[in-house]
Design a protein around this ligand. Structure first.
Ligand code: BES
Ligand code: ZN
Ligand code: ZN
Length: 477
């Protein structure tokens, strides 16, 4: 049995009698294992601290679920019961949802490519029972658990994709997985292959892919139909399945990390799975440009001028600034849906990791109500979003002498913003927000709910933004 406790609050009497005063303070993350013997109807009692009652957050509640499930797993317990923590800040359904999310995310491991597993690696908690003495809460709690499970499955889907090695997750394989998600979650999937991309003029996507033996793919996943009472929202993801930098080759040390350069696509796919399973009353269209960025005999080169789907020409200063070129075609394609909003998500710039570290997603866009909406969704989903400016001075930096625009700002200054200034050329008059997750898509130190590697960041944020949209449209949209 797991019993949660807020910091500095007394334990219930039969439990308090089991320990010496002062041995357990209820600090966030504090754990104490007790053996009540005959005094309580459980063999093991795990006390779990939640920190201060008025400071508890969704993230804190998730973290509590993650700790409980990992401790139980360490102790080889296939099941446990847990009292639903009371909270003045959240209704019982929200608490249950956050706990369910935390338990599933905290238990996550990526062991796909191990040919055999040690006993402790295959062990997993199979069942958790939440207890509440408030009968009116049972319905909402059950609903919260179901929502949390759906959400967490979307996040682990994204984590699996981001953790997958580049030779395993090629653009072709990503498109197949998108089709599988479509089938299972009731979405319509369309995949454009090399010939269609050539016919339709996806010059950006093709230029990035041309150095690789792996053909690119353009992936479209659609939920619902456009209707007067159903706004259309487009989600656009960067799906660079491996980024060597191309001819502007990256240094060798740490290059393996660039298998995660499809983190934006993974977030979009995970979010679409959730959108389909929750059956949201919106028309949501996901667009993903999938390509591998390689230095090959046929690779695009610095100094090249390429055409894009939009007709605009791009001077390539650096082939490692490939993400924005792939995104350019996908963003332009979004315009045909005439969406109320387009949100793009990409592991776009190392500069964003320098700016915000692993603690926040950078947002830049052309529509303040939409940006505010993203920041609010980030507060709710506990995936924090921080805005950077897009002023004319930055727009100047991507001007080119030989083509319509160039793909870098010429140097490293304001790298995240000049990337957004580039993207802006392809959004037309759509309300647009760009999320840069280069700093947050993976984490070496235990990331979300204590799991290193892929975080699955963006899934919960995008879904929360859509849920909020159903509740109330942002002003003027
Ligand atoms: N995929 C990288 C950005 C990145 C860096 C993601 C670190 C995750 C971790 C992107 O394609 C890139 O290489 N950007 C360059 C742009 C530069 C050449 C203008 C960068 O950030 O250095
Ligand atoms: Zn790059
Ligand atoms: Zn990249």
């Amino acid at each position: 049995m797991v019993l949660t406790c807020y910091q500095g609050e007394p334990l219930p009497q039969p439990v308090a009698a089991l320990l010496e005063a002062g041995d357990f303070g209820g600090q966030a993350g504090e754990l104490l294992l007790l053996y009540p013997r005959e005094t309580l109807p459980c063999r093991r009692l795990l006390l779990l601290g939640l920190g201060e009652r008025d400071k508890i957050s969704t993230a804190g509640m998730r973290e509590a679920g993650a700790r409980a499930v990992r401790k139980a797993r360490d102790m080889q317990q296939p099941q446990f019961v847990m009292g639903l923590p009371a909270s003045g800040l959240f209704v019982p359904g929200q608490v249950a949802r956050a706990l369910a999310e935390g338990m599933l995310l905290g238990a996550y491991r990526y062991l796909e490519h191990k040919s055999s597993l040690k006993p402790e690696q295959s062990r997993q908690v199979e069942q958790v029972t939440l207890l509440t003495d408030d009968t009116s809460a049972v319905g909402p709690v059950e609903q919260g658990i179901t929502q949390g499970q759906i959400m967490a499955r979307g996040v682990t889907r994204a984590r699996d994709l981001v953790n997958a090695p580049g030779n395993w997750l090629t653009p072709t394989r990503m498109a197949e997985i998108a089709q599988e998600i479509g089938t299972h979650s009731g979405l319509q999937a369309t995949v454009l292959g090399l010939e269609e991309l050539q016919q339709q003029g996806f010059g950006g996507l093709l230029a990035v892919a041309q150095g690789s033996a792996q053909p690119p793919r353009f992936i479209i996943l659609e939920h619902g139909q456009p209707a007067a009472d159903r706004p259309t929202i487009c989600l656009v993801g960067k799906g660079v399945t491996f980024d060597t930098g191309g001819i502007s080759l990256k240094p060798g040390a740490g290059m393996e990390e660039m298998k995660t350069d499809m983190g934006g696509a993974a977030a979009v796919l995970g979010a679409m799975q959730v959108v389909g399973e929750l059956g949201l009353s919106l028309h949501v269209v996901a667009l993903i440009g999938a390509a591998e960025n390689m230095p090959g005999a046929n690779a695009y080169k610095p100094g090249d001028v390429i055409g894009t789907l939009s007709g605009k020409t791009v001077e390539v200063l650096n082939t490692d600034a490939e993400g924005r070129i792939v995104m350019a075609d996908a963003l332009f394609y979004a315009q045909r849906y005439q969406p109320q909003a387009v949100v793009d998500i990409a592991t776009l710039t190392g500069a964003m990791r320098i700016a915000l570290g692993p603690h926040a997603i950078g947002v830049i866009g052309n529509n303040q109500p939409l940006i505010d909406q993203m920041q609010r969704a980030g507060e709710t989903s506990a995936e924090r979003v921080w805005q950077l400016p897009l002023w004319d001075a930055y727009r100047e930096m991507v001007k080119s002498k030989v083509a319509d625009i160039r793909n870098t700002g010429g140097g490293r200054e304001a790298g995240s913003i000049t990337a957004a200034a580039f993207l802006e050329h392809f959004v037309g008059d759509m309300a647009w927000a760009h999320l840069d997750i280069a700093g947050t898509a993976r984490s070496d130190t235990p990331g979300v709910c204590g799991v290193p590697g892929a975080t699955g960041v963006g899934v919960m944020l995008l879904v929360q933004m859509l849920l909020d949209w159903i509740e109330a449209r942002p002003a003027g949209m």
